[in-house]
Ligand binder design. Structure first.
Ligand code: ATP
Length: 261
């Protein structure tokens, strides 16, 4: 029984440019982890490397009970168990809430099977997920008719329909007002805690990170420069996370070592 996701010595290059450098990180079952860093620090790259929407250049992923991700089949299984929530929600706006949430089940069926209506089990699960984000009364409404906050809740429901072990959320509240941001983040965290789902979510708002993160990871220039609890996030540490100074090769940290800089 493996109760964590481990990233081991992960490097990611875009052409010749190194976007992630020697990333070592463990995320435990049920943990709600927030990723902070300035624009271009590598947050999206890190999230997308976990489900390999971005291929990793070197390093290793160990994914909960699946263990080491060694081949295409392992990767397919990892993707089935990883829900993703995007800044611009990436829903099909002309389709209903129900149709969008049901797409979270597509990975569990063959391409041929998914042309037909999905089985009752999947449909009931999708409705249950819509209910959990309090949108049952909107299930048959087109997504384009919903507010930004409601659309993001559809995104949560779609991720949830995968019965995920992990949710990756890339700036899920970037386009929402503060009140709606609180609603969306607290709903996401509550659901993750109830279902023992781990979450890694990137945010630009330090206050939200402190309030919701069980743990905070600070990224700067593709490297982890902070890994600790929110009450350890001092002004000095924040300055370092958001500084534009070059991080040297010596600032390599082992998994989950609390980093005070
Ligand atoms: N597809 C790509 N091709 C080449 N370089 C890329 C690509 N995607 C990202 N980069 C570069 O990789 C680095 C990290 O980018 P990334 O998008 O991961 O940062 P980020 O922290 O998510 O930024 P933001 O907060 O602005 O979304 C940046 O220097 C960026 O220019």
């Amino acid at each position: 029984m493996n109760n964590k996701l481990s990233l081991k010595n992960i490097n990611v290059k875009y052409g010749e440019s190194l976007a992630l450098k020697s990333i070592n990180l463990d995320i435990y079952k049920g943990e709600f982890v927030v990723l902070l860093g300035s624009s271009g620090a590598g947050k999206s790259t890190l999230l997308r490397t976990i489900n390999q929407l971005n291929p990793l250049t070197s390093g290793e992923l160990d994914f909960f009970d699946l263990g080491k991700i060694r081949n295409k089949k392992d990767l397919q299984n990892l993707r089935k168990k990883t829900g993703m929530i995007f800044q611009q929600h990436q829903l099909i706006e002309r389709n209903t809430v129900f149709q969008n949430v049901l797409t979270g089940r597509l990975g569990f069926h063959s391409l041929l099977r998914s042309i037909l209506p999905l089985p009752k089990f999947d449909q009931e699960l999708a409705l249950d997920c819509i209910d959990r984000v309090n949108l049952l009364d909107k299930a048959l409404v087109k997504v384009k008719e919903l507010s930004g906050g409601q659309q993001q809740r559809v995104g949560i429901a779609r991720a949830l329909a995968q019965n995920p072990s992990l949710i990756l959320a890339d700036e899920p509240i970037a386009s929402l007002d503060p009140k709606t941001s609180h609603q969306v983040l607290s709903m996401l965290k509550d659901i993750c805690k109830k279902d023992n789902i781990s979450a890694l979510t990137s945010l630009h708002q330090v206050d939200f990170a402190k309030e919701y993160g069980d743990r905070i990871i600070g990224l700067s220039h593709g490297k982890i420069v902070f890994n600790g609890k929110s009450d350890q996030l001092s002004d000095e540490i924040l300055k370092n996370i958001y500084s534009s100074s070059t991080i040297t090769e010596e600032t390599n940290f082992t998994s989950n070592e609390v980093v005070m800089v």
